[in-house]
Write a protein that binds this ligand. Sequence first.
Ligand code: ZN
Length: 62
Amino acid sequence: MGDVIPFRRPRRSVDDQNGRALCRSGHHKWEIVQGQRFDVKQGRLVTVFRCKRCNAIKNEAR
Ligand SMILES: [Zn+2]
């Protein structure tokens, strides 16, 4: 038979893999989604962050 050409699956970049590893260990890449929102439950202003890599959400009271 002829040559077998291995099927190449698109692989995630090394950078992305490293990023995911960082996310799993709690080092997310936060960006502000919504600044200075008033959180009724907490009764104070919070800033909403989202991780660029895994879309995790966190609120931070200011
Ligand atoms: Zn993350």
